[in-house]
Write a protein that binds this ligand. Structure first.
Ligand code: URP
Ligand code: ZN
Ligand code: ZN
Length: 461
């Protein structure tokens, strides 16, 4: 059924107007004022509402075997949660264990998502080893429409690759014109410092920060950028948490390195004291890189405003507080499953603390939460904007809504919410994916499993 959204304040990363959007056959076909629609069209009056392009989370882990357990969401719960919060496309990280080939990893992740995802999705292909045959497998995966890689400079013995592998991955990425996302922390420093801390009797979650101070991350960014400079590859630093790491990225850019930067809603809003809370509570806030000193937050906001940071993601990595974080990590901080889930709340938190608090204008908000990810990862202008020809992924957003985040009311399949009790000032009233309404007034009404894998062409040649 065609869809006409009337009288909304339509906001993209570079424009704003009050008017109508007409969608048919999954696509936006017309923008204008006083648009007419044929009988049978579903009409939504968006007077007083903002209309945004569907939001894009460029960094999620729905399926993630990690640290002796599995992330808790599946594609159904994780993507429903995304949609409830206005995110209509996710980029899932394929993270094969080092014992698994790239193709095996790719097939494993695809089997998890197919038929289960409710929003559209694409993959960053994790390169967790590079040996004979890997290049051919990666070429095939790229030919299959997966035009980005992911590497880990951390997690020794799990996903982490060594420098020879990094070099060959980036050379191949350069040849194929794909961008490489990277987790930047020096794995040797993390491993050695962790052992020293445990030996000194530091076992609680506060040890996590001490094992990976800002310089450990900054070294990772510096390291990645050196390899990017010498191979000519385009790179993307995921979950950048602190001023020191930003400075390394900025310095590399000045040298001409093609480096883009992601931060997370968590780093913008919560600091390391949350991970120091007593009685295991701090474990909820253990992720890598760790939450930082609060003094980093204004620096990160400024970097979003200036464009040094392109995207605000979640790195959604959901592990239950009781059955996973406490059960596995109560005697040893290095065993606390890493991750602070936020897929459902990213957009509302960024709108509340960014736009409503005057830190971001609407254009920068849309750019950081949607458009820039589409541009960096080969989805623009199909996703990330409102224009004829684009997929009809739209968020009719109510800026007058007032609500409170609670685990009890969430769709994420988890026993806690890191933002429990936080007020939000705005939420999606209607969300559409390719022209179909999937969320209305806080209820999911979409078709289960309708989400599609998005094929992308290399765009960093
Ligand atoms: O703590 C985190 N970030 N967990 C998810 C895995 C990763 O490093 O992205
Ligand atoms: Zn990471
Ligand atoms: Zn991640």
């Amino acid at each position: 059924m065609p869809l006409l959204i009337r009288n909304g304040r339509v906001v993209t990363a570079d424009s704003e107007f009050t008017g109508d959007i007409y969608c048919e056959d999954e696509t936006i076909t017309r923008l204008g004022l006083g648009l007419e629609a044929p009988p049978g069209t579903e009409i939504i009056d968006a007077m007083g509402k903002l209309v945004f392009p569907g939001f894009i989370d460029p960094h999620t882990h729905i399926y993630l075997p990690f640290m002796g357990t599995h992330a808790k969401d599946d594609y159904l719960t994780g993507t429903k949660a995304a949609l409830m919060g206005g995110t209509t496309t996710i980029f899932e990280m394929i993270c094969p264990p080092r014992g698994m080939s790239a193709l095996e990893g790719y097939e494993t992740w695809r089997a998890q998502a197919e038929g289960g995802a409710c929003c559209d999705y694409a993959y960053h292909m994790g390169v967790t080893r590079f040996q004979d045959g890997t290049a051919e497998e990666l070429r095939e995966i790229v030919r299959n429409g997966n035009a980005s890689f992911k590497v880990f400079l951390a997690y020794k013995g799990a996903f982490g690759i060594h420098d020879t592998e990094l070099y060959h991955t980036l050379k191949l990425a350069r040849e194929l014109g794909v961008i490489t996302a990277a987790h930047c922390e020096n794995e040797t420093l993390v491993a050695e410092r962790s052992q020293e801390l445990l030996a000194a009797g530091v076992t609680g979650p506060e040890g996590h920060y001490l094992s990976r101070p800002p310089r450990v991350e900054a070294e990772g960014v510096h390291h990645l950028c050196t390899f990017a400079e010498l191979t000519g590859a385009a790179v993307y630093c995921v979950h950048t948490s602190c001023a020191e790491a930003l400075q390394e990225a900025a310095a590399a850019r000045l040298r001409g390195v093609n480096v883009s930067v992601e931060t997370l809603i968590q780093y913008l809003l919560i600091d390391k004291t949350w991970a120091e809370r007593p009685a295991f509570e701090g474990m909820k806030y253990v992720m890598s890189p760790p939450l930082r000193e609060a003094s980093n937050q204004p620096v990160l906001w400024q970097a979003v405003r200036s464009g040094l940071v392109s995207t605000v993601a979640t790195d959604h990595a959901p592990f239950d507080f009781h059955r996973q974080k406490i059960a596995l990590g109560k005697n040893d901080f290095t065993k606390i499953p890493n991750g602070i889930p936020a897929i459902e709340d990213r957009v509302n938190l960024l709108y509340t603390h960014g736009v409503k608090r005057g830190r971001l204008d609407l254009q920068t908000f849309v750019a950081a939460a949607s458009t820039n990810a589409a541009k960096l990862f080969g989805l623009f202008p199909r996703k990330g904007t409102i224009a004829p020809g684009a997929d009809a992924d739209l968020v009719i957003y109510d800026p007058d809504h007032r609500g409170t985040i609670t685990a009890a009311a969430q769709t994420q399949n988890l026993d806690y919410n890191a933002f429990e009790g936080w007020e939000i000032e705005g939420r999606p009233r209607v969300v559409t994916v390719r022209g179909r309404i999937v969320v209305r007034d806080g209820a999911f009404i979409g078709e289960l499993g309708r989400g599609r894998r998005l094929k992308r062409e290399p765009s960093h040649g």
